[in-house]
Ligand binder design. Sequence first.
Ligand SMILES: Cc1cc2nc3c(=O)[nH]c(=O)nc-3n(C[C@H](O)[C@H](O)[C@H](O)COP(=O)(O)OP(=O)(O)OC[C@H]3O[C@@H](n4cnc5c(N)ncnc54)[C@H](O)[C@@H]3O)c2cc1C
Length: 370
Amino acid sequence: MPRWHKFSRRSRQCFEKGLVGQAPWPAADAPVGLRGGRRPHMSSNEKEHFDVVICGAGPTGLACGIELKRRNVSAVLIDKGCVVNSLYNYPTNMVFFTTPELLEIGDIPMTSLNDKPVRTEALKYYRRVADHYKLDIRQYQHVSHVSGNDGAFITHATDINGCPHEYASKKVIFSTGYYDVPNMLNVPGETLPKVIHYYKEAHPYYNQDVLVVGAKNSAAIGALELLWAGARVTMVHRGPGIHKNVKYWIKPNIENRIKNGEIRAFFNSNVVLIDELRAIISTPEGEIVLKNDFVFAMTGYRPDLTFLEAHGIRLDPETQRPYTNPETLESDSKGIYLAGVLVAGMHTNEIFIENGRFHGKIIAEAISAL
Ligand SMILES: Cc1cc2nc3c(=O)[nH]c(=O)nc-3n(C[C@H](O)[C@H](O)[C@H](O)COP(=O)(O)OP(=O)(O)OC[C@H]3O[C@@H](n4cnc5c(N)ncnc54)[C@H](O)[C@@H]3O)c2cc1C
């Protein structure tokens, strides 16, 4: 009797439709006509094999792929979204604070119309880099976990059709960034749909009462764009003022809008409650109730630490920085390397594209020397 009844119906459907190359049952039991799937280079129960699987195709993941390729180490990149998915999801009109040459990877020159590139220029640049190096990138596959041990890992991913994919490799690199996990306010009402952690564009908030939480770049730029689009903007921040590291061309602008009363701002203050119609904030002068339609919680993001811990990677209790060998960026889970902003733990303001891009070379040198 065929043993495919043991395997999930979804896995079987995915294979029968040719959506995955590997059958979810042992080769001998594959129904006639389906043996081997659509991908000719694999038999039915064979996984694709690589030297290295790279989880996350952000700028750092791409740099890892390039550096491995340069050393003839085979690698596949897997991303739950598109190539440089985080950058794609950044605010539509964002301008980088970095000049183009500091965003370059693989020695491919980047140019921009002005001194600082905009998001669309960066997207185009990283697409071209991926093309130039013919990187093997599997987009829209979410890595759920990696099983196995050093030298024999299996990376488990699911695509947007719900179909499972498995990749065998000797080594694994996590370059999954930090943009998926926002820092929460931890106040009642935070789960209401009107509370937004990812600012994209201002237009939908025309003629709305909007509260912007935070006072760093994302909060300051978002508040200005919202004001220009006709929203009534209030800012609230637990610190004493607009953060000192806000871009030099943004800081005076937002401070002047506050001074002129165009944006209301409450510093040394916190949000205490959000409901459908209001936001309540605690200020040095006492609690204030604000009429409110939307809250933008621009309070930053953090790496998915649970994902790292689930793979046996220990974190420094104070900084949540994962332990890595600084010479190789191998984590204390042997064979798993960490690259990009996630190496910084909670100190996400220490690693950017500017410096994370060099992690690829460090890791590729370490792996190719083995
Ligand atoms: C608004 C904004 C502006 C910025 N401006 C600058 C700047 O001017 N200069 C600069 O140097 N830095 C800037 N940064 C920081 C910079 O973007 C990040 O440090 C950088 O993107 C980190 O690169 P990364 O490859 O480590 O992570 P990311 O770019 O976040 O890439 C991680 C990738 O992993 C994927 N992924 C995550 N989990 C999974 C999973 N389970 N399975 C599969 N794929 C997964 C994601 O989809 C993503 O594509 C900015 C950040 C923000 C938020």
